[in-house]
Design a protein around this ligand. Structure first.
Ligand SMILES: [Zn+2]
Length: 235
């Protein structure tokens, strides 16, 4: 019998450092459960904030296309590689793709507590929840969002604590660099729409809350195992 193949991606958003820490541990856990796991890390190592500050030093503004590339392109391309071409789709149909992201659960200078609550409610309304076995009803497990998109890859949002604000001088600089209007919402600048990607995960605080623990590794591996066994992502 061939082993189920699992692809885990981490680092599409380089500011989300929790996912990058957990991804290799989850991959290792799944290998022990008998899966063949491939871990892909975004080759871009700079955070959106570092990219913005570099653009400022180069005296240029970030264009919307460039920002979209930073925020989406790498995972989209990987998805295309494994899913969109009929021949690859045939060859790789037994491959499940899981994209690991951080999900900031604390209010920051860019996200109000109320918005966080609304977001949580809308996500809970859209996505299916499922049985996590031993972790059913577990407080930590319930903070993880397994987002199953219509037959596409699966996004796993890991709860994390974000830095709460940008240093004053960087805030000013980054507002300038990202001041182009957002085409989907021309009344707002790119900065206003995407500013939360400019704050990095506070690793120490995230660790303190238990979000980077071995238990979290177990919850993520268990969730992936469950989804595969229940054919959520297999065509
Ligand atoms: Zn993300």
């Amino acid at each position: 019998m061939t082993k189920n193949k699992v692809i885990i991606t981490a680092g599409q958003h380089r500011n989300e450092k929790g996912a990058q820490i957990l991804a290799p541990l989850v991959a290792e856990r799944l290998r022990k459960l008998g899966y063949k796991v491939k871990l892909f890390e975004n080759p871009e190592k700079r955070t959106p904030r570092q990219i913005g500050l570099e653009a400022f030093r180069e005296e240029r503004k970030i264009e919307e296309k460039e920002l979209e590339k930073i925020l989406y392109q790498w995972e989209d391309r990987l998805y295309w590689r494994y899913r969109k071409f009929p021949i690859l789709n045939f060859l790789y149909r037994k491959v499940s793709i899981f994209n690991l992201h951080d999900d900031t659960i604390n209010p920051t200078e860019f996200v109000l507590e109320e918005e966080l609550r609304e977001e949580l409610e809308s996500i809970e309304a859209v996505y299916e929840s499922f049985d996590l076995g031993d972790f059913k009803g577990d407080n930590l497990a319930h903070k993880v969002k397994f987002s199953v998109g219509g037959g596409k890859d699966i996004t796993i949002e890991i709860p994390t604590i974000s830095q709460t604000s940008l240093p004053e001088d960087q805030l000013e600089v980054l507002e300038k660099v990202f001041e182009n209007p957002c085409s989907k919402n021309p009344a707002k600048t790119l900065f206003e729409i995407y500013c939360s990607y400019l704050l990095d995960t506070d690793i120490e605080e995230t660790k303190r809350q238990g979000f980077l623990s071995q238990k979290m590794v177990e919850i993520l591996a268990k969730g992936i195992d469950y989804l595969i066994k229940n054919e959520y992502n297999l065509e």
